[in-house]
Design a protein around this ligand. Structure first.
Ligand code: PGA
Length: 251
């Protein structure tokens, strides 16, 4: 049985003060929950403050991005070690907004995964097709090539330590959630791909989470699907009551 994994991706929202307020209220909301991994991913500048607030709680901390070099002249970037130092255990890599607005390629995703794992961070690797790609029936080929490129050169042990997020681009921030069946179909495809390229063990253990307009009302039906192990939540993670409900509905 895979433990549900629910991550809140706050994107470019919340000041430090707002972040503290949100996480304090989440701590109260989620106090008794033990059987899910709950993660928040605030903006970089709030990470270290939030880390102090969640340190002895059931809430884990993740970053929304990372750079692959250890240090040096890379103005504006943040290294994996810096994220660890700020208290992160997780890092989102290859989010579709990074791919779209910042031209992030599968090759960059690959370097980021490797550099993050080198310092013991757990990557949450995002894949997913655009509307156009789905319309032209390219969903699985797009997802497959993102997996092939992103996970290139990783052995089974490294892959078994990843979280994979399937996020159809057309469902992100649009209110247009994939149906549970549409999501399950791609999750199953990803799990089969892991089985064929690594092992049954890897396929059975890696958590594959869904993202794209997840809200309290659709969580139960999504999570009921046999290959959906949790959610990557954007908009609805900015309200503690919504995010709390999503977590509770995933149990
Ligand atoms: P959304 O975003 O829940 O606002 O659709 C999800 C994501 O981008 O991770």
């Amino acid at each position: 049985m895979r433990k549900p994994f629910i991550a809140g991706n706050w994107k470019m929202n919340k000041t430090i003060r707002d972040s503290i307020e949100l996480v304090n209220s989440l701590r109260r909301e989620l106090l008794d929950i033990e059987n899910a991994d709950i993660i928040v991913c605030p903006p970089y500048i709030a990470l270290s403050e939030i880390s102090d607030l969640v340190v002895d709680s059931n809430i884990g901390l993740g970053a929304q991005n990372v750079y692959w070099e250890e240090s040096g002249a890379f103005t504006g970037e943040v290294s994996p070690l810096m994220l660890k130092d700020a208290g992160c255990r997780y890092v989102i890599i290859g989010h579709s907004e990074r791919r779209k607005y910042f031209s992030e390629t599968d090759e960059a995703v690959n370097k980021k995964i490797k550099a993050s794992q080198n310092v013991g961070l757990i990557p949450i690797v995002c894949v997913g097709e655009t509307d156009e790609e789905r319309e032209s029936k390219k969903t699985t080929s797009v997802v497959e090539s993102q997996l092939q490129g992103g996970l290139k050169g990783l052995d089974s042990e490294s892959v078994s330590k990843l979280i994979i997020a399937y996020e159809p681009v057309w469902a992100i921030g649009t209110g247009k959630t994939a149906t549970p069946e549409q999501a399950q179909e791609v999750h199953r495809f990803i799990r089969d791909w892991l089985r064929n390229n690594y092992s049954s063990d890897v396929a059975e253990n890696v958590r594959i989470i869904y993202g794209g307009s997840v809200k309290p009302s659709n969580t139960k039906d999504l999570i009921k699907q046999s290959d959906i192990d949790g959610a990557l939540v954007g908009g609805a993670s900015l309200e503690s009551s919504f995010f709390g409900e999503i977590v509770k509905n995933s149990l």
